[in-house]
Ligand binder design. Structure first.
Ligand SMILES: Nc1nc2c(ncn2[C@@H]2O[C@H](COP(=O)(O)OP(=O)(O)OP(=O)(O)O)[C@@H](O)[C@H]2O)c(=O)[nH]1
Ligand SMILES: [Mg+2]
Length: 301
C-alpha cells in the first residue's frame, strides 16, 4: 500500500449552464455527461473518476442549482445538497466572462456560506473574455465569500488550467486507497449514457418548452459482438410536443436518432441500431411515480 496516495470526493456546485458537465468531460477525456447551451441540462448526479499515480479524485457533477419550481426541480436541488455533505472539497464553478449574478449569490447564500468544507472557486470560460474583464470579475466572485478561498481560472472547453485545478483539488484530499479500478472513468453505464445522449440531441435540435418537457428511457440495451441494439422511449408532456419531436414526415425524429446513434457508436465502440418511440405522459415532471421510474428518486436520508 502506498502511504502517500490520496483519494477523495470533489463536488461541483454552480448555477445552471456554467460548464460543469463540459469540465467533467474534459477531465474524463471523453463524453460522460451531456452538455448544451440550455440551462438545466443535467438531471442526474454524474461521477467522473480521475485516477493517476498519486491520487484518485471522484468528481460529482450536480444538477445546476436553482430555486425549485416543481418536483423535478426539488429533486435536483436535494441531490446537490446531499452530495455536498459527502465531499472532501467543494468546487464552486462560475462563469468568468460574466459578473456574479443572482444565481451565484443564491448558491453562496443557501449552500456555501456556512460550510466547513474547503471551497475552491473555479472560474470557467476564460476563453470568452479579455484579461481586464476576467480580473474584474474574479474580484467580484471572491467578494461573494467572507473567507479567502483559492481561485483557479480555467476553460473547460479548451482544457486550459484544468491540470492546475486538479493539483489544487488534490491538496484538500485525505490519504487513502483507490475506490475504483484505474480504467473506470464514470459510474454511468451505457444504457444511461445513451438515454442522455438522445436527450441532448433533442435539446440541441428543438427550442422553447421542449428541452425541459422531455425525458428519455432506454427500455432495452442488447450488446452483441457486431452491433448494440437499443430501444428508447422519449416521454413528453403534451401531444403538441410529440408533433414537434417527430417533425414533418418524421424528419426531426430521424435527425435526432441519427445524431444520437453516431455518438453512441463512438462511446460504445460498436455499431448501433437505435429504435426510438415517442410517448405523451401529461405532467410527468410533477408525478412522483413517473419521476421514480425515470430514476429521479428522492434520497432516503
Ligand atoms: N466558451 C466556452 N464555453 C463553455 C466552456 N465550458 C462550457 N461551455 C459551454 O457552456 C454551455 C453549458 O455547458 P454545460 O457543460 O452543459 O453546463 P452545465 O453547468 O453542466 O449546465 P447544467 O447541466 O444545465 O447545469 C455549453 O454550450 C458549453 O459548450 C468554456 O470553457 N468556454
Ligand atoms: Mg450539466
Amino acid at each position: 500500500m502506498d502511504k502517500t496516495y490520496k483519494t477523495g470526493f470533489a463536488t461541483l456546485i454552480a448555477r445552471p449552464n456554467v460548464g460543469k458537465s463540459t469540465l467533467l468531460n474534459q477531465i474524463a477525456g471523453q463524453k460522460i455527461a451531456i452538455t448544451s447551451p440550455v440551462a438545466q441540462t443535467t438531471r442526474y448526479q454524474i461521477r467522473c473518476i480521475y485516477t493517476d499515480s498519486i491520487s484518485q479524485i471522484i468528481f460529482i457533477d450536480t444538477p445546476g442549482v436553482h430555486r425549485p419550481l416543481n418536483k423535478l426541480g426539488e429533486y435536483l436541488s436535494e441531490e446537490s445538497r446531499a452530495s455536498l455533505d459527502d465531499s472532501d472539497v467543494i468546487i464552486f464553478l462560475a462563469d468568468a466572462s460574466e459578473e456574479p449574478g443572482a444565481g451565484d449569490k443564491w448558491i453562496v447564500e443557501n449552500y456555501l456560506k456556512n460550510t466547513k468544507l474547503p471551497v475552491i472557486i473555479a472560474l470557467n470560460k476564460v476563453d470568452k473574455a479579455n484579461k481586464q474583464k476576467l480580473d474584474f470579475n474574479a474580484l467580484a466572485y471572491k467578494q461573494l465569500f467572507e473567507k479567502n478561498y483559492p481561485i483557479v481560472k480555467i476553460s473547460a472547453k479548451t482544457g486550459k488550467n484544468v491540470k492546475v485545478l486538479l493539483d489544487k483539488v488534490r491538496e484538500f484530499l485525505p490519504l487513502g486507497d483507490k475506490l475504483y479500478p484505474d480504467d473506470e472513468i464514470t459510474d454511468q453505464n451505457l444504457r444511461s449514457i445513451s438515454a442522455e445522449v438522445i436527450r441532448e440531441k433533442i435539446i440541441l435540435n428543438t427550442k422553447d418548452e421542449i428541452p425541459h418537457s422531455v425525458a428519455v428511457i432506454v427500455e432495452d440495451y442488447k450488446h452483441n459482438n457486431d452491433i448494440d441494439k437499443i430501444k428508447a422511449q422519449i416521454i413528453v408532456s403534451a401531444e403538441s410536443q410529440k408533433g414537434i419531436i417527430i417533425g414533418k414526415g418524421g424528419a426531426m425524429l430521424k435527425k435526432i436518432g441519427t445524431e444520437a446513434r453516431k455518438e453512441i457508436e463512438e462511446i460504445a465502440q460498436n455499431k448501433v441500431f437505435l429504435e426510438i418511440f415517442v410517448k405523451v405522459k401529461r405532467g410527468w415532471q410533477k408525478d412522483e411515480n413517473t419521476l421514480k421510474l425515470l430514476g429521479y428518486e428522492k434520497r432516503a436520508d
